[in-house]
Design a protein around this ligand. Sequence first.
Ligand SMILES: [Cu+2]
Length: 131
Amino acid sequence: LGKTSVVLTAISLLALAAVGCAEDSANQYEKAGTTATDGGSPTAEAVKPIEIVIDNFTFSPAELTIAAGTKVTWVNHDDVPHTATSTAKPRSFASGTLDTDEKFSHVFTTPGTYEYFCAVHPKMTGRIIVK
Ligand SMILES: [Cu+2]
């Protein structure tokens, strides 16, 4: 009997630990989502996702420095379609056409400087520096 209750205790502890981890991840995700637009320091947490807003024919922020492994999401808040297309060839990323409120995400794993533009409006440009 004693052995059984030890095993049962171990199982419940494991279950608690798993629940705790899941809650932590969810909280971090929510926090990142609400702070991504406040312009906080992007280097504070390497894995915090970053959002670039497209509005009024502008990428904002136009230049961004991030840690390798960061996920960047572009969201189009304009009422015309835009893209986020890497300038380099071969392209390291290309969103395709983003209609209003559509999003595109890319994880930057390799350090370097990534120039990009809007294929519909080539004068719209941005730059991401991955450290
Ligand atoms: Cu555009």
